[in-house]
Design a binder for this molecule. Structure first.
Ligand code: HEM
Length: 131
């Protein structure tokens, strides 16, 4: 009988990268949320929301998916996916801040397209690795 050891109590590779990076993003998002609450200035609430929902919830879901589907995680596309998803958050969240402050809209546009690209890679991956 083959004993499946992978996934029991540990996470590695792309799954770990997604969850670990997301946990850093949500920590920053919570600090931003506390700063907003303390200052009573909610101007940057959309940046906070996207850092938490795209940077944490979405990234963590990707990480859990790759943990559950190792065949999808052990691919170059999965590493490209991680890079594009992370770059998307790193561009989109500061981009939302700049847009909210009416300074610039290019960065948020780039971040949005990277984030969309990341989701398209995920859609492709889910269908490619269906049973
Ligand atoms: C320490 C933890 C957190 C604090 C102190 C915090 C604080 C805040 C504050 C002050 C606002 C603005 C509310 C308003 O303008 O009406 C807000 C909005 C929001 N937060 Fe958080 N938050 C926290 C964690 C989270 C997490 C973990 C998520 C999602 C996973 C989240 C998602 C949102 C969303 C979606 C909004 C609405 C944004 C908008 O109206 O544009 N927050 N939060």
């Amino acid at each position: 009988m083959t004993v499946q050891t992978r996934g029991r109590g540990s996470m590695r590779g792309v799954s770990l990268w997604f969850v670990a990076t997301g946990s850093v993003f949500v920590t920053l998002g919570m600090l931003g949320g506390i700063a907003m609450a303390v200052s009573s200035d909610h101007t940057l609430a959309p940046a906070h929301a996207h850092l938490n929902l795209v940077g944490w919830v979405t990234m963590a879901l990707f990480g859990i998916y790759y943990h559950l589907v190792p065949a999808a995680a052990d691919t170059r596309l999965a590493r490209v996916h991680y890079t594009i998803a992370t770059a998307g958050v790193l561009a989109m969240v500061p981009g939302i801040i700049l847009a909210a402050l009416e300074r610039d809209e290019l960065l948020v546009a780039v971040g949005s397209l990277l984030t969309l690209g990341s989701m398209l890679i995920f859609v492709f991956t889910v269908f490619r690795h269906r049973a």
